[in-house]
Design a protein around this ligand. Structure first.
Ligand SMILES: Nc1ncnc2c1ncn2[C@@H]1O[C@H](COP(=O)(O)OP(=O)(O)O)[C@@H](O)[C@H]1O
Ligand SMILES: [Mg+2]
Length: 1018
């Protein structure tokens, strides 16, 4: 395709007869391009860089009529003669109905026309056009079904693949015109192409848009902003012409020098906008005698000079958007070919309209808009109805695949509720086939909007309102519109009775839960649990399996998760559904690993993954295969099997590539390949994989991207490039800001931030970075796989800087030991703790096996702070040390340390710390004397304890407080450093003394007596 191809996308239509040709146009335009040297140079430089193999894209902005299209077409002519191929697609203004992928459909259609379908097919992976047939129905049966997100990813890849093939023969310039009207699907595809431009050399992308129409919430704004961040994207702004160039333009249009007062008036009136210069000079080459008030009137003026029947046809054409097919115009106007041509000729000669593809376009959109706005209200509606009826009677009047959306647009503009509803419903189905989820959603929203105005809507479309709501919910899912999705699913649920429609209800609940989860809401589990109650295995086993597997991934209660996945596995086996069985096995494998998220080769979890893989292979279930690879590589890496992990990831990426999904699912695998390569010290390879994955797709998802950046950053820093590291840190932090918390994403970044701060600004900054990380993340609660490196980094690095840093180091080391102690409580695979510990993580004697080294560690930290004379951290360390002493059953030791800590906290006015000290003292039955000596014993029935008159000992009172707070014996035991058995003895004694039969009654009595209200401290 060349510069002469048109944006109107009409080439797929039946051949027009008796059409006017471009040569017939009159000349109210300049034959040469005036000015614009700078902008032309920018385009040419971009083209030169593309010829040298680099990626390049130009975003060309300017107000309407300023000359964007003209500049691009002059540029296209130059590069075409230099051997380049120019592909042009324009975005269309179809009111609010986006025509999905409009500019790309135009480009592809032209290509198919020029080269034939077979040649296009040969450029596609798999050599089939079934994917592209989603956009071009003339290519035959499109692919249908399958996961829409995957289908869309494939479609994008196919477009990229076509471009890649074309660039092998000559440089290619892809021009997307008027992007301010781009539908969401086109915006997404454009982003994808520009983001992936590095994957192909020899492609220049030029995008034009009206910069003056981008109001604050215009959807193109965020797109431009994100494209601006790409190194090879350049913005070019096209300003109005200067006074000098305006004069030059007048000379070129008139073919002679205008009188000087005319030139002045021209500049004054047009303000240097070439479209207005042309219009002002009008057909007879003179400035219009009476100057109209507004620019819109000025544009209309050129139309009003035309014969009435010409104006009539122009009014009709104005209702059809940028370009109107000749035959369609004939059908709507009721004129035969000859009469139509006769009526149009004056408009073409006056350069109001010009021939374009198989139809006519207004010389400029602003003229069309002015004519259309000038229609009377009744006329407006009638015209749109006529278009809709004509297309309905003969869909070949518009290009293939476009009838439905055109009719939806015209009936809607005609305000005919019934037909608008029907047409929107049909167009939504078409948008679904074209994997244009956003457009499908907006069309379905229109159906719902019109529903109440059309009494027999359900009969007319053969679907009830609930069904439409369900469809819209699924479109919201595919379009990523989660808030809308929640609202739609909720409306649908209100209309359904779970007793009669359990499966539909369960599916909607499943959807709603998914939306909530994606929005980061915590309450997404309820819907799933409810859904489960509606679909017992005998109602719909398949739905049940689906819900069970989702539940298994998200509930916080480990015990339940396991039963969910086990049930799913059994059901999937009964159903003979190997795909879901494989999914269940993969989930089960993750449960069978320990908190370190690791599995040795040959271990049970890896066996399960291997089984799942074999099944998925038999099924051809690509998505399950990818998931298997992701889980396997993650677990191997966790076990320190770097070589195996890297190799498994490499193999899986190679197969993801073959399936064209490398830019989507493949990016997680790239993370899992980079991580082991980095650990192995194969840094160049690691960088190559990471950068390659980031280049491939503009958005491998912010989270994966951030992880890749962190690995790259670690390497950059280790190699001494602070500035580059700082940039990756910033980018990664930005990307993770709104991500749901997961330690595997956040903690490696935190560690890098600490290291960078240390390198760049010294220990104080590193400590500050570390404390930020500790404040934000629970370093002892998560997986040691990610938490420990952070803690250790600091502990290791800070020793070298002097006594203050050493104190910190020891504090961290102690915290590290503390974390180890907590981790010892994680159940092992057989349900018990690590060797030598009981199931509750305490030592064999119930006193805490790790407590001795922990105490020593905290004592060292204490000494370090003491020698620095820093009372606050000293008191904190003492508190921790006392806790460690208590855990060993050493109450004397604890008392001694707390007695030192308490006055320090008090002296500082550090009340929260003082309170913590007091609470620990109470738990340990330690009395803190105001003057310094602490006693480790508290007499039974101490009246200070507040329960003396009930005959309760201080200890029993403490136990009662916890009973009243709803704690179990085990929890009480843990909190008071006693065994569960002792706790249960205390509880029976308390029940006896209070004369009550149950814990509940005891709690009620305690509350009634206001025993703990406010908490009385010993
Ligand atoms: N630099 C120029 N030299 C000559 N004619 C121009 C120039 N810029 C614009 N024009 C003419 O002005 C009219 C409007 O320009 P166009 O490129 O369609 O505007 P835009 O695409 O920015 O809305 C066209 O007829 C075009 O030929
Ligand atoms: Mg234009």
């Amino acid at each position: 395709m060349t510069a002469s191809s048109f944006a109107g996308d009409l080439s797929g239509m039946s051949d027009p007869h008796g059409m006017l040709t471009p040569e017939m146009s009159g000349r109210a335009s300049s034959p040469v391009l005036v000015g614009r040297d700078e902008q032309m140079a920018a385009l040419e430089a971009a083209f030169a860089s593309v010829r040298q193999g680099g990626p390049s894209a130009v975003l060309l902005g300017g107000e309407a009529g300023v000359g964007k299209s003209r500049l691009v077409s002059e540029f296209s002519r130059t590069v075409t003669s230099a051997g380049a191929r120019v592909l042009t697609g324009g975005c269309l203004e179809l009111g609010t109905d986006g025509l999905p992928f409009a500019p790309f459909t135009a480009v592809l259609r032209d290509l198919v026309h020029e080269m034939g379908a077979d040649a296009v097919a040969s450029m596609l992976p798999g050599r089939t056009t079934r994917g592209l047939a989603r956009l071009l129905p003339e290519l035959g049966e499109p692919d249908t079904g399958g996961d829409p997100a995957e289908a869309r990813a494939r479609l994008f890849e196919e477009v990229l693949s076509v471009l890649e093939h074309l660039t092998r023969h000559s440089p290619v310039v892809l021009v997307i015109e008027d992007a301010h009207w781009a539908d969401r699907s086109s915006r997404d595809l454009l982003t994808f192409l520009i983001g992936n431009q590095r994957a192909l050399s020899g492609l220049l992308i030029v995008v034009t848009f009206r910069s003056d129409e981008l109001h604050r919430t215009h959807p193109l704004r965020p797109l431009l902003a994100s494209l601006d961040r790409i190194a090879w994207v350049e913005r070019v702004e096209l300003p109005r012409l200067t006074r000098h160039d305006t004069g030059e333009l007048a000379i070129r249009i008139l073919g002679r020098q205008p009188a000087s007062d005319l030139a002045d008036a021209l500049y004054h009136r047009s303000e240097g906008n070439p479209l207005f210069v042309e219009t002002l000079l009008c057909c007879d080459g003179e400035l219009s005698p009476e100057l109209p008030e507004s620019l819109r009137d000025l544009l209309l003026d050129s139309v009003r000079r035309l014969p009435e029947d010409t104006q009539e046809v122009l009014r009709i054409a104005s209702a059809e958007g940028e370009t109107t097919g000749h035959a369609l115009l004939g059908a709507v106007s009721g004129l035969d070919d000859a009469a139509l041509t006769r009526a149009l000729r004056p408009a073409v000669i006056a350069n109001v309209l010009h021939a374009k593809g198989g139809g006519y376009a207004f010389r400029h959109e602003l003229i069309r808009e002015a004519v259309h706005e000038d229609l009377l209200p009744g006329e407006h509606g009638r015209l749109h109805s006529r278009f809709a009826e004509a297309i309905d009677a003969d869909p070949t009047l518009v290009p293939p695949g476009r009838a439905a959306i055109e009719m939806a647009h015209h009936w809607h503009s005609a305000h005919d509720a019934a037909w608008a509803l029907i047409a929107a419903w049909q167009a939504a189905a078409q948008a679904g086939r074209a994997v244009a989820a956003a457009e499908r959603l907006s069309l379905l929203a229109r159906v719902l909007e019109l529903w109440d105005q059309v009494p027999d809507a359900a009969e007319r479309i053969g679907a009830d309102q609930t069904h439409v709501l369900e469809e819209a919910t699924s479109a919201a899912h595919d379009a990523g519109e989660f808030e809308r999705g929640i609202a739609l699913a909720t409306s649908a649920l209100k209309k359904l009775d779970p007793a009669t429609e359990p499966v539909r209800v369960a599916k909607l609940l499943g959807n709603r839960s998914h939306f909530r989860m994606r929005l980061g809401r915590k309450d997404f589990g309820h819907d799933l649990e409810e859904a489960l109650t509606y679909v017992p295995a005998d109602v719909s086993p398949a739905t049940r399996v689906e819900i069970l597997l989702t539940l298994a991934h998200c509930t916080p209660k480990v015990a339940n998760e396991r039963t969910y996945v086990e049930e799913a596995l059994t059901l999937a086996r009964q159903l003979g559904d190997e795909g879901q069985e494989a999914n269940a096995l993969l989930t089960l494998a993750m449960f069978d690993t320990d908190p370190g998220q690791q599995a040795e080769p040959g271990s049970a979890p890896l066996e399960l993954i291997a089984q799942a893989r074999a099944m998925a292979e038999r099924q051809g279930a690509d998505d399950v295969l990818l998931k298997a690879a992701v889980n396997e590589t993650h677990l191997l890496e966790g076990a320190g099997e770097h070589e195996l992990a890297a190799e498994a990831a490499r193999r899986a990426i190679a197969s993801a590539d073959a399936q064209l999904l490398s830019r989507t699912s493949g990016s997680l695998l790239a993370v899992n390949q980079t991580e082991p390569l980095w650990a192995l010290g194969r840094w160049d390879e690691a960088l190559k994989v990471a950068n390659g994955a980031m280049d491939l797709y503009l958005a491998p998802g912010p989270v994966y991207r951030a992880m890749l950046q962190v690995f790259a950053g670690c390497i950059l820093l280790a190699r001494g490039d602070q500035a580059a590291t700082a940039q990756t840190v910033l980018a990664a932090r930005d990307a993770l800001r709104s991500a749901l918390y997961e330690d595997q994403h956040q903690l490696p970044l935190a560690r890098l931030e600490v290291l960078l701060a240390l390198d760049k600004e010294g220990p104080a900054a590193a400590i500050a970075a570390m404390s930020r990380a500790m404040e934000r993340f629970d370093l002892s609660g998560g997986s040691p796989r990610y938490a420990w490196p952070v803690v250790r980094t600091v502990a290791e690095k800070l020793g070298a800087f002097g006594p203050a840093q050493r104190a910190f180091q020891l504090t961290f080391a102690a915290a590290d030991a503390h974390a180890a102690h907590l981790l010892a409580a994680f159940p092992g695979p057989d349900g018990t703790g690590p060797e030598g510990t009981g199931p509750d993580g305490t030592g064999p004697d119930g006193t805490g096996g790790e407590a001795a080294p922990l105490l020593a560690a905290w004592d060292q930290a204490t000494a370090a702070w003491a020698s620095l004379s820093e009372p606050h951290p000293l008191a904190q360390a003492l508190l921790h040390a006392a806790e460690a002493a208590l855990a060993r059953g050493d109450r004397e030791g604890a008392a001694m340390r707390l007695q030192r800590a308490a006055p320090l906290a008090a002296g500082l006015g550090a009340h929260p710390l003082g309170e913590q000290i007091a609470i620990l003292a109470r738990r340990g039955r330690i009395r803190l004397a105001p003057h310094g000596d602490a006693s480790a014993d508290q007499p039974p029935g101490d009246p200070d304890a507040g329960g003396g008159e009930l005959g309760l000992t201080g200890r029993e009172l403490e136990v009662l407080r916890l009973v009243a707070a709803g704690r179990s014996n085990r929890e009480i035991a843990a909190e008071l450093f006693i065994s569960p058995k002792t706790a249960s003895v205390h509880v029976s004694n308390i029940l006896g003394k209070l004369g009550v039969a149950s814990r509940g009654e005891a709690a009620a009595k305690a509350h009634a007596l206001r025993l703990f209200d406010p908490i009385s401290t010993a």
